[in-house]
Design a protein around this ligand. Sequence first.
Ligand code: WT7
Length: 656
Amino acid sequence: MEPTRPLTNTIDTMLLEERRYEPDPEFARQANAQPDIYERDWEEFWETEGRERVTWFEPFAKLYEWEPPYAKWYLGGKLNVCFNCVDRHVEAGNGDKVAYYWEGEPEDERRTITFADLQRDVVRFANALKGLGVKKGTAVGIYMSMVPELPVAMLACARLGAPHTVVFGGFSAEALSDRLNDMECELLITQDEGWRAGKKVPLKRNADVAVAQSPTVRKVVVHRRTGGEVAFDEARDAWWDALTKGKSDDPASAPCEPMDAEDLLYLLYTSGTTAKPKGIVHTTAGYLVGVATTHNYIFDVKPDSVYWCAADVGWVTGHSYIVYGPLANATTGVIFEGVPNYPNAERWWEIIERYKIDILYTAPTAIRSHMKWGPEHAARHDLSSLRLLGSVGEPINPEAWIWYREHIGGNRTPVVDTWWQTETGMIMITPLPGVTTTKPGSATKPFPGVAAAVFSESGEQVAPGGGGYLVLDRPWPAMLRGIYKDDKRFRDTYWSKYEDVYFAGDGARIDEDGDYWLLGRVDDVMNISGHRISTIEVESALVDHQKVAEAAVCGRADERTGQAIVAYVTLKGDEEGSIEMLEELRDHVAKKIGPIAKPANIVFTPELPKTRSGKIMRRLLRDVAENRALGDTTTLADPTVVEEIKERATADASED
Ligand code: WT7
C-alpha cells in the first residue's frame, strides 16, 4: 500500500493526527492574546512591543535594518537589561513581589527571593565584580548549577555591560575550556559543587582543570553551595561570600550601564555537526523585547502567576524563559535545583502543589519519563492551580501531548508546543492560548510578527500537506546576530541553502489549516525505497501503542530499500520485549502510517541515548544499527546507555 498523503521529493508525511482542541471560551475571554493579534502589521507589532514592553534610557530611532544575513533592531536605543528585569520593578513599588521561589534539591532547602532581594544581591555582586576589574565589554564565563546565584551572576554582568557565557553545569572541563577560550573570558564564576540526584557534582574541580587550559581567565569566583572541600588558589580564586561582604547594595553604587541596542548581551554555545561548538551571538534590545513579548502572550502570564520553566538556565530555554523574559515581565518564577525523580517521582508534583504553580513549561523527554513512571505520582497531588502547559525541545509525540494535558493539566489546560532554537532566541512557532485550536503534535502557527515557510530542496514553497525544510524568511528581533568570530560558518550553516532566508535545519510540513508539524532535524530523515520519512512520525506511531514509553528510530543501509528502519523501544513499567511484542509493534506502525514505515528491526532497551538537554542522539543509534564504531559520545548524558544498546542489538542479531 502506498501512502495517501501528497508527496514531494523532500520529506514524505504520512501520519494523520485528527484530534482537535478548541480554546475554552472562559480562558479565551481573559487571555493576554486576542484573535486580532494575528491581524497586526508585523512592523507595527514589534514597534509597539518595543516601545511599551521595555524601559529605554534613550528611545530607538529606527525599528530595524536588514543587510542579509545580519540584522539590527531598535537602532539608536539605549537601555539596560538588568534595569528592565530588576530595578524598574522595585522603583515601581513591586519590591516585595516574589521574583523567585527557589527549591533546593535537599528537601528542606528553600528560599524566597523578592525583587528587592534580587536587586540587593545583584548590586552587591556587581560591586564585587567591579572590584575585580569587570567593566563594560569584559567577557565572563559562568559555570554553575541551578542556584539563585546563577541568575544573580547573569544579571550583575548585564548590569555592568559585561557579556556572559553560561556553560551548563553538566558539561565537562574540556567543554568548559573550549568555550572560555573561544570567548576569551577574563573571569569565571563557579561554585564548589552542585547537587544532582543526591550526588555531588565537582564543579570547582572541573573548573580548575578547564582554567588550567584557558589562559585568558585571570580570576575565578567561587560560590559556596555544598560546603564540600575544594582546592583553592589564593592568588586566582575568590569566595563569593568574602567578595560581597560589606559591599554596598545601593543601586546607585553600581549603576546600570546604558547599553546600545546592539551591544552584546551574551554568547551561548550550541553544538553543530562538527566538534567545535558555535558561539551564538545575542544582543541587547531585540533579544529583550523578543523574549518578554513572547513570554507574555504565549504563557498568558498574569500579575499573580507563579510560573515554572523546568529547564536548566544553562540552555537557551533557561536564559530566555527562566531569567530574561519572565523577569522583564516582573513574573514570579520557580527555580528547582534537582531532577524530576529524586528522591522520587513525585517531586515535581509536590512543587506544583506547594507553590500553586499556574504555568508549567517543560520538554517532551521529561513528559515521556513521567509517562513511564506512571500517572499515579501526579494523581496524589493537587495540581488544580495549573492553567497552562508548555512543551519545547523536540517534536512532541501526540500520545505524550495528550498524556500531559490529561494527567497533568486535568483535561482543562491548553498545551502550547513551542518551536524555537538557541539561534532564534525566542519562541517562533506556537499556539496562542485562548486563540489557537490546538492539535496534538503540532506547533501550529508562527508567532505574530514572525514569518516562516516550508521550502522544497530547490527553494519552492511546499503545498499544504507536503513536507520540506523549515525556513524563516524575515528577520525577527531576538535572532542571532552571528556566530562569534566565524562569519563564514554563520553564512554556511544558516544562509547558504536559500538566498537571504534562514535555514533552520528542521523538517516540517504545513497542513491544510496552515498549521506546522515539526519533523525533526533534517539530518535524521530516512530514505526507504525512495520515500523520505521523518523519524518523529514512526516514533509517534510506536509511542501511540499502549505498552511503549519511548521510541527512537533511525535508518540503516539496506541493499534492497536503500535504508531500512531500525527502532529502539523502551516499554512501560515491567513490560518485557518479546518476538510477539515486536510483531505487534510492527503491525501497529503499519496500521498508523503504512507498511512502508514498518521497522525492519526493533531493539528493546531500558534507556535511550540522550544529550544532557534530553535530545535523543539518533546519530549514535545509526552507528549502532550499521555496526560502526561510535562517533563522538562526549555530549551524552549517560555514556553507558549506548554500550548497553549495542550489546542488546548484537544479541538480537545473533538470535535471528
Ligand atoms: C532544536 C533547537 C529552543 C529551546 C530548546 C532547544 C528542536 C525545539 C521544538 C518543538 C519540534 C523542536 C528543533 C530545533 N525543537 N523545540 N516544539 N518541536 N522540535 O534549543 O538546543 O537550540 O535546539 O530543537 O530541532 O531546531 P536547541
